[in-house]
Ligand binder design. Structure first.
Ligand code: ADP
Length: 484
């Protein structure tokens, strides 16, 4: 059904211990294209038994994998990276079909996803230890770093490839095997990555992809004492559940959870740059990213001008099937996503906000939604508290720096934040006071493989990408050498 240059990248089986497998019970789950509602194919409905087998296989592969030289693991990861780029067009077609984002965005994600394999292939060669001056005669103190062990990953549908490589890259580079459970909506991107890992020479058991029942697979992953680390990207609610489930086996956790990003435009900002930043941050992936601007705060003096400029820019966005050239806004992932956007709009209108643009389901049907701008939004509305995860830009008005910093920080989340200003004193002051793991200053795009991505407060634990991303897959061993 999908037109691929290499149809063998479209896998409808799970990848476990180096083999393509069906579920023990023979059952499958359908995967649909959100732009058309058409069934794209099926993946196995696996559960706890298959997950336990994958964990056993990962454990069996661990010793040999960690014993390779760092540069031998690096060469395999590098090959995997190259294969992703060679097959980027097919990977993008698969992603757009199951996720909905435009082909341009899918291609961008494939390059972004591959960059984590490249980066960690390099970084894996630099897992240095250290020596510490001893406080006692006749002793030497040394620190080495070791792979933490078998890792499990549970990934979301909004970045079907990048959220896997951002975890598997550092895990494999550090010497850890990994089992991935992709989101039910987007398993084909994950399975295509498994096929490329296989071709790159990743040994059996080192990288497995299991599809099926989330709670059963997650339950088996968290219950297993063999799994030493769980890495999760998704909702705060499921992150909290997995954290609780991991308590009994005291796993190390990386959690990339929800955000509620403030996007602040000060009156000294370059307004055109702020509009460009808002477009990129708010409407990318139709607003379905955890770093999307969720609340746009604009200072009194430039409020009307910003609303007018943003509105003109948003009118140029093109909603449609992501596989059609020129589309910038694909459908939302499912009807629940549409209902959430509608709920936030209704609540805001009820409390006095006004529609500047859009506001309803798109004439194309399915789960398409009109890019929407609301003005006159206040802190009492749902959009101020909850992540919308859709193409809705609510614009709040503020007067002073103190006021906006206080509003921006008034949330349990702390992932990304953004602001636009050209005053160096203000930039320093505001960046220091924002209670967020990431601050974009005069830009709406902050994610890349060399920088530490992650949040504070209930947005999560750990960092992904960068040299810090490697630490999440390592343990520190202290050697106290005496008797010399
Ligand atoms: P969203 O609401 O955006 O889909 P979720 O947190 O529900 O976010 O999903 C993120 C990932 O977590 C997906 O792979 C999903 O299948 C998985 N997931 C959902 N529920 C559970 C669960 N109870 N245990 C383990 N994983 C789960």
């Amino acid at each position: 059904m999908l037109t691929l240059k290499d149809p063998s990248l479209f896998k409808q089986q799970a990848y476990l211990n180096g083999l393509w497998c069906d579920a023990d019970n023979g059952e499958n789950i359908a995967v649909t294209n959100p732009a058309t509602g058409v069934t794209l194919g099926f993946v196995p409905s696996m559960g706890a038994a298959e997950t336990r087998r994958a964990i056993t296989a990962a454990n069996a592969s661990f010793k040999a994998w960690r014993s390779l030289l760092a540069k031998e693991r690096s060469a395999i990861l590098r090959k995997w990276y190259e294969l992703m780029l060679v097959n980027a067009d097919d990977l993008a077609v698969i992603m757009t079909a199951e996720q909905g984002k435009s082909l341009t965005e899918s291609r961008g994600e494939i390059v972004y996803a591959a960059s984590f394999l490249e980066w960690f292939a390099e970084e894996g060669k630099r897992i240095y230890g250290e020596t510490i001056p001893t406080p006692t005669h006749g002793r030497r103190i040394m620190v080495t770093k070791e792979p933490i062990g078998v890792c499990a990953a549970i990934t979301p549908w909004n970045f079907p490839s990048a959220m896997i490589t951002r975890k598997a890259g550092p895990a494999l580079a550090a010497g850890c095997p990994m089992i991935v459970k992709p989101a039910a909506q987007t398993p084909f991107s994950a399975l295509a990555l498994a096929e490329l890992a296989h071709r790159a020479g990743v040994p059996a058991g080192v990288f497995s992809v299991i599809t099926g029942k989330a709670s059963a697979i997650g339950g088996a992953m968290t219950a297993s004492p063999i799994v030493r680390k769980l890495t999760f990207t998704g909702s705060t609610q499921i992150g909290q559940l997995l954290m609780r489930q991991s308590a009994d086996t005291v796993k190390k956790l990386s959690l990339e959870l929800g955000g509620n990003a403030p996007f602040i435009v000060f009156d000294d900002a370059d307004l055109d740059a702020a509009v460009e930043g808002a477009l990129a941050s708010k409407f990318r992936n139709s607003g379905q990213t955890c770093v999307c601007a969720n609340r746009l705060y604009v200072q009194d003096k430039v409020y009307d001008a910003f609303v007018a400029k943003l509105s003109a820019a948003v009118q140029k966005l093109k909603v449609g099937d992501g596989s059609v050239a020129g589309t910038t806004q694909g459908p939302l992932i499912d009807i629940h996503a549409v209902e959430k956007v509608e709920e936030h709009i209704a609540d805001a209108l009820d409390k006095g906000a006004k529609i500047v643009l859009g506001g309803k389901r798109h004439a194309l049907g399915q789960t398409f939604f009109e890019p929407t701008i609301l003005s006159g939004v206040t802190q009492s509305m749902k959009v101020a508290r909850e992540e919308t995860f859709g193409p809705l830009a609510p614009i709040f008005r503020f007067h002073t720096d103190e006021e906006v910093i206080s509003m921006a920080n008034d949330t349990e989340f702390g992932l990304a934040s953004y602001f636009f200003s050209r005053d160096i004193g203000r930039i320093w002051n505001v960046a220091e006071q924002l209670e967020y793991g990431m601050v974009g200053i005069n830009t709406g795009i902050i994610s890349n493989e060399v920088a530490p991505f992650g949040g504070v407060k209930q947005s999560g634990l750990g960092r992904e990408g960068s040299k810090y991303g490697m630490d999440d897959y390592l343990t520190v061993k202290y050697w106290c050498i005496s008797g010399m």
